[in-house]
Write a protein that binds this ligand. Structure first.
Ligand code: 6R9
Length: 643
């Protein structure tokens, strides 16, 4: 699979939680006796007010799954209260601001008070169990308090990434009928303000159901105020009590909704429930990162993505760990920022995305090597396939050839890691996510749905339920069935392709559907196309991904102007701005090619396969073009390819 050598488990991990023999034994038991295995795991890793009556029940024909039903627990108690006897003074969060001179430590005792105050403040505004609360925040501790305060009172949080536009925010608020929004006056990233409250105001103009907008004062910047609806966070929490009775939650009561892109239509509200999600978060954090007491763990994701949910907030806190939350960007004030932060806070584990690794690699070694990084013990990667060259640089330069790299494959829908090395148990192959986590039964399928035995390449599917399985698409269970459970009967369809080598290691090759992965951010080609065709001068648009050195995938848009419209640079700029306004800056097309016509079948279907080849500049190998309605279109696109 790769010419790069295998990296065996280093001696420094010989005392890891899980070694090779233990991995084998636990994995086999998790498959052979799942009820016994998971029951024991749930008792060992979580704190319950009442135990369940049924460990697991699932039916892949209708996408239903229930774990630990009847069990009663509260996620905020598991993340905070249960640690207080031993860890009241231990740091729960280290906050590192955008400005290198700004940082703060929040202890578990302080976390409890902050979360309870906010929980009481929310209750004072009428928020109760089952209500949806939208969180549109910068990377400040209040974002985590907000998630945990919702969990404390049984409200369902829906975090919307702070980089999304007002339009995208509005769609998400309306889809899950959120009546409360928590935001900040402004965010700060790379020295620049981000107008979160102004964006929220725009979104809320079309959301009459929102009765409360809580505003964290982050910068003190000028904002508009809608009296009655808008409330200062510090004023409401300032008068609230620092103790709050947690809501008893059934393991299957919802914990959160998180929107993610699919190949068709608008983003889906992925719903996760309390017990199973928290167990997967807790166990994967402990075992994948081989977490040891008092270590500092840093996941660079934003809390607006699932990686931030599971590995900044729920996984670390459920283990009583110290989690670092970073407000800024890896290149501000310069490309050495991450390693400065590692030294400043003595970070032991650093978990980031391949796009960041490639961007930092491109700048050269010096910003890394001028730091010590002696505190680092383990490195991690998530979000997209990591190319072996980037892996080797990360290993050799960042980790000084001492730190294993855990390349973790998972999805918003899986809630927690699914394919991952365990650093004390798994020999590493650069570019491979390696082996399944406990209880994860994988298969590779051929096009016709038959299972591939042994080494081979195919569609990656999952054969049985896991605790943090997506429970539904909020408000549209049929969409869950159509998207994940109807491609191949009896399997969960991941949307990814993979190969399996002779050692049973998995190598994820990327999405096989119309989902782009741009810098680790998921986006449906349909979403970008819908934004482009909103322009009055545009008749049609087709969007594909193409290989991009830093982003992994770039956005390549073929755009057909209306008859009589002459394409121009200003039209191009307007289209880019339209994508930013409809979705956010992450959706800016990298390339816009004017296309007088798009390649279509005689039945009118756009042949994306051909568009992808042209974008990738693989012109010799366009495949079968015999079904094209007008073959001349393709030659025109090739002749006018944007390079
Ligand atoms: C956690 C997260 C999920 C999609 C997934 C796959 C890609 C994630 C990966 C990876 C190769 C890895 N992906 N981790 N591909 N190797 N280690 O990223 O969730 O935003 O829902 O994206 O990301 O294509 O299907 P999400």
């Amino acid at each position: 699979m790769s010419e790069f050598p295998v990296h065996p488990v280093p001696a420094s991990f010989s005392d890891a939680h899980i070694d090779k023999a233990r991995y084998q034994a636990m994995y086999q038991r998790s498959i052979a006796e799942p009820d016994a295995f998971w029951g024991e795991m749930a008792e060992e890793h979580l704190s319950w007010d009442a135990l369940w009556h049924t460990v697991r029940a699932f039916d892949f024909s209708n996408g239903e799954a229930a774990w630990f039903s009847g069990g009663i627990l509260n996620a905020s108690v598991n993340c905070i209260d249960r640690h207080l006897p031993a860890r009241a003074d231990q740091t729960a969060f280290i906050w590192e601001g955008d400005d290198p001179n700004d940082s703060a430590h929040i202890s578990y005792a302080q976390l409890k008070t902050e979360v309870c105050k906010l929980a009481n403040a929310l209750r004072s505004r009428g928020v109760k169990k089952g209500d949806r609360v939208c969180i549109y925040m910068p990377m400040v501790p209040e974002a985590a308090y907000a998630m945990l305060a919702c969990a404390r009172i049984g409200a369902i949080h829906s975090v919307v990434f702070g980089g999304f536009s007002p339009e995208a925010l509005k769609d998400r608020i309306l889809d899950s009928d959120c009546q409360t929004v928590i935001t900040a006056d402004e965010g700060v990233r790379g020295g620049k303000p981000i107008p979160l409250k102004a964006n929220t105001d725009k979104a809320l103009a079309a959301c009459p159901g929102v009765h409360t907008c809580l505003v964290v004062k982050r910068t003190g910047g000028q904002i508009d105020w809608h009296s009655g609806r808008d409330q200062w966070y510090h004023e409401l929490t300032g008068v609230a009590a620092g103790d709050c009775e947690p809501e008893p939650m059934d393991a299957e009561d919802p914990l959160f909704i998180l929107y993610t892109s699919g190949s068709t239509g608008k983003p889906k509200g992925v719903l996760h429930t309390t017990g199973g999600y928290l167990l997967q978060a807790t166990m994967t954090f402990k075992y994948t990162f081989d977490y040891r007491n008092n270590e500092v763990f840093w996941c660079t994701a934003d809390v607006g993505w699932v990686t931030g949910h599971t590995y900044i907030v729920y996984g670390p806190l459920s283990n009583g760990a110290t989690s670092l939350m970073f407000e800024g960007v890896p290149t501000y004030p310069d490309a050495g920022r991450c390693w400065e932060v590692v030294d400043k806070h003595q970070v032991a584990t650093f978990y980031t995305a391949p796009t960041a690794i490639r961007a930092l690699h491109a700048v050269g070694d010096e910003p890394v090597t001028r730091s010590s990084r002696a505190s680092l013990r383990l490195l991690g990667s998530v979000g997209e396939p990591i190319n072996p060259e980037a892996w080797e640089w990360y290993y050799r330069v960042v980790g000084d050839s001492r730190c294993p790299i855990v390349d973790t494959w998972w999805q918003t829908e899986t809630g927690g890691q699914m394919i991952t090395p365990l650093p004390g148990a798994t020999d590493l192959k650069p570019g491979s996510a390696t082996l399944p986590f406990f209880g994860v039964e994988l298969a590779l399928l051929n096009e016709d749905g038959s299972e591939i035995e042994g080494p081979g390449a195919g569609y990656l599917v999952i054969k049985s339920s896991w605790p943090s399985q997506i429970r539904t698409v909020y408000g549209d269970h049929q969409r869950l069935i159509d998207t994940y459970f109807s491609h191949y009967d009896g399997y969960y369809f991941t949307g990814d392709g993979a190969t399996r080598d002779e050692d049973g290691y998995y190598w994820i090759t990327g999405r096989v559907d119309d989902v782009l992965n741009v810098s680790g951010h998921r986006m449906g080609t349909a979403e970008v196309e819908s934004a482009l065709v909103l322009h009055d001068d545009i008749a049609e648009a087709a969007v594909v991904g193409y290989p991009h050195d830093i982003k992994g995938q770039g956005i390549y848009a073929y755009v057909t102007p209306m008859a009589g419209v002459t394409p121009s640079d200003s039209l191009r700029d307007e289209l880019v701005q339209l994508c930013v306004a409809e979705i956010g800056p992450i959706a800016k097309p990298d390339v816009i090619q004017w296309a007088p016509g798009l390649p279509k079948t005689r039945s009118g279907k756009i042949m994306r396969r051909i568009l992808r080849k042209i974008a990738e500049n693989e012109l010799e190998n366009l495949g079968d073009t015999s079904t094209l309605a007008d073959p001349g279109v393709v030659q025109d696109l090739i002749d006018n390819r944007s390079s």
